[in-house]
Write a protein that binds this ligand. Structure first.
Ligand SMILES: [Zn+2]
Length: 500
């Protein structure tokens, strides 16, 4: 579906649920463990809604919600309170969800993101704390359903944006930046694939210049990756544009995203509009946060992705793509900073050995290794950089060996794989595997002289102008050197000899 953007402009808002990384649930002492696989293990009378049970607010969830609100430039409501949101569904045994209605923990903030070199400010309407529902399970071939309450009562932060987003790409960038902030602040794991971060975009389109919001919006549910979010929004923009172009009016509906077919599908509409009948939960007192508490947390908000991006640009002068890729993995940025400080330390203390090495080049090389070979191995092993056996000082040493021409690139890959496996030091591995690159000109000269006298025809051909004979002679010399000759030195000496 092609869309003509001169005719209609997209209006997009996002609703994001983030599962908080607390030890216990929102209102009881049950474990908050998203990986629990045995149904109904982490449950008690509170999170299964037994009569007479009393909820107690999880302080850590309040702290995380407040920190996150501060990171999103929100106003923190000192008198934040909890309300009952009534609806009936088997995964919600109380018949209501404890949420926050008119006094959320945080409201009226913003997040600045960069889209195609331009800063876009997306306003945050609110961020509120609530409890999650359980999970209904519909086993194949059975005519009844089951409910697992392990997830029931786990703490969530729901973040709602104003409809300030104007394209699918902008929505994707916003979601990625929000995910980064969740991880940087330490609020949660924000893993869309595992459901610890979920998003529901609302999409409508309007004529350029039109100020008021369209009279309808389409919500899309069941999205579990950033690229699906982008695709679903693109699809909706095109679908609604087509309806408007044909003179129709899009309906206000809830859609699901069918990732296989790449289309949005209308979900069964509820029989009537929801009437949640919110009212203050009489069992939970108003939070009454003090100024001191909020100031204390404000001081604890760590360096956020945007600040770190700026600093990496100034301190390490890496290409923008490298910086963005590093920033998307908080632990990798921490590892990279340790790596750089190892390199700097070494350049300072061993000036004789480092006189031909360039800090800037080593930092760029370090970023390449972090983002390529290292990331690939870490992802395959499902571990974080600082959990791996490759210590930053050892990777720094490997980079020096490469830069100084002591080992070839392909040998470096073998050495690194071994380092990842055993945690060994590069110089030992190079020796054990016999991978040291021969840069000794005397050795290389002897080999080349032998190659030249054994291949007189190739020499004559080269002198007669056949360039490919040069490559052949390099190949023969490398073969003699068992692939360990320094290619630059081999080329250089061969050229000299052939000129004679
Ligand atoms: Zn419980």
């Amino acid at each position: 579906m092609e869309q003509d953007l001169t005719k209609f402009n997209p209006v997009i808002g996002l609703e994001i649920h983030v599962q908080l990384k607390t030890k216990s649930k929102m209102f009881c002492a049950c474990a908050n463990n998203p990986d629990e696989s045995v149904p109904n293990t982490n449950i008690c009378e509170v999170c299964t809604g037994q009569p007479g049970s009393l909820p107690v607010v999880n302080k850590e969830a309040v702290r995380l919600g407040t920190m996150f609100g501060l990171a999103l430039n929100c106003k923190i409501n000192k008198d934040a309170k909890f309300d009952r949101k009534s609806y009936f569904y088997p995964d919600l045994p109380k018949g209501y969800q404890i949420s926050q209605y008119d006094k959320p923990i945080a409201e009226r903030g913003y997040l600045d993101i960069e889209v195609d070199g331009e800063i876009r400010r997306i306003r945050i309407t609110r961020a509120h704390l609530e409890e999650d529902a359980g999970k209904n399970i519909h086993p194949d071939g059975l005519n009844y359903s089951l409910v697992d309450y392990n997830r029931g009562g786990t703490p969530l932060l729901e973040i709602v944006t104003e409809p300030d987003i104007t394209s699918a790409k902008e929505a994707r960038i916003f979601l990625q930046e929000l995910r980064n902030i969740v991880r940087y602040v330490g609020v949660g794991t924000a893993d869309m694939e595992k459901g610890t971060m979920r998003c529901e975009p609302s999409i409508s389109v309007r004529k350029p210049g039109q100020q008021e919001l369209p009279p309808y919006k389409v919500e899309v549910k069941n999205i579990n990756s950033f690229s699906f979010a982008e695709s679903a929004i693109e699809y909706e923009i095109a679908r609604q544009t087509k309806i408007l172009e044909e003179g129709g009016t899009p309906k206000q509906v809830t859609m699901g995203w069918n990732e296989k077919a790449g289309v949005t599908v209308e979900q069964r509409s509820k029989e009537q509009a929801n009437d949640y009948r919110y009212f203050p939960d009489p069992d939970i007192p108003v939070l009454n946060l003090s100024d001191e508490y909020i100031d204390l947390l404000k001081a604890q908000v760590p360096e956020l992705p945007a600040q770190k991006r700026k600093r990496f640009k100034n301190e390490y002068a890496l290409p923008e793509a490298d910086i963005n890729n590093l920033i998307n993995w908080k632990e990798l940025t921490e590892y990279y900073e340790q790596l750089v400080s190892e390199i700097q330390e070494w350049l300072k203390t061993d000036q004789a050995a480092s006189k031909d090495l360039d800090l800037q080049k080593l930092m760029k090389l370090g970023a390449n290794w972090c983002l390529q070979d290292f990331s690939a191995l870490l992802n395959a092993a499902h571990i974080d950089p600082l959990e791996s056996k490759v210590r930053p000082e050892n990777l720094a040493e490997l980079l020096k060996l490469i830069e100084a021409g002591k080992i070839s690139n392909s040998a470096a890959k073998q050495v690194f794989a071994k380092m990842f496996e055993t945690g060994g030091e590069p110089h030992n591995i190079v020796e054990d595997l016999g991978l040291a690159q021969v840069s000794d000109t005397a050795v290389i000269e002897t080999v080349i002289e032998a190659v030249l006298s054994a291949n007189e025809k190739a020499v004559t051909d080269y002198k007669a102008g056949q360039q490919k004979s040069f490559g052949f002679l390099v190949g023969m010399a490398m073969k003699e050197l068992k692939g360990k000759g320094n290619p630059a030195v081999v080329n250089e000496i061969l050229k000299q000899k052939l000129q004679k």
